[in-house]
Design a binder for this molecule. Sequence first.
Ligand SMILES: [Zn+2]
Length: 266
Amino acid sequence: MENQTGLFHATIVAGGAEARRNKGLELAQRLVCSGSHPPCGVCRNCRKAAQGIHPDIRFVTEFMRKEDVGVAIKIDPIRALRNDTIIRPNEADRKVYLIEDAQNLNLNAQNALLKVLEEGPPYAAFLLLCDRAGALLETIRSRCTVELVEEDPQSAYTPEALGFARVISGGTELDRVKYLTAMEQKKPDRFALEAFLADVERLCQDAVLASVTGRYSVPELASLVQALPRDKLLSLAEAARQGQTMTAFHVPAGHLLGWFGLQLSL
Ligand SMILES: [Zn+2]
């Protein structure tokens, strides 16, 4: 799967919007570079890439309707992108597709993209830029190398973990059960569960830290500190850590979330 430039066919770049875009553009330049140490920065390909005018670097937004940009990536632009992969590169050895905001790919689009990753020509390379790799299907992730870049403070936690923090700060026990049941019904795979629990662990630890420093990067941290004593936050972080270990043993989501819910009321 690895090609002569030392880069894989498909890479996920996960992290904050600006950091992932910069990294994506750097990787794209490296892929089209014709110098001996890519990206050399001086060859014709590098210079065109830096100016944003390289014909073999394509963005998914070029295939999208304007009103969908930044909102949802549906199946049509992915089909159009697949058709474009049939056309060989113009100037470079590789043809690079940047899929910005890949977390916005809907399920149909992800499945279509999976086919492109599996069957695309060897000269095609795909860079999937997203806020977190967990937003993509496991089948896609397993075909990609993953590069993590710096996160935006707002997207430092998954929406599921932030929602959970709000429920345990303000909700009743019934609300917690409802929340975890709703999560279970979405049939999360073990990577999604692991990501959720890792974020709950971090949220609890960050809340303890924030109670000392007084710096709350998201409002949920302040709510946690107000609602729960320090030792409760620490024991919750510990339970979330144990839960992550359990995901490795393929404990069914229902059992795992049920067990985790029980730790909350102890
Ligand atoms: Zn170059």
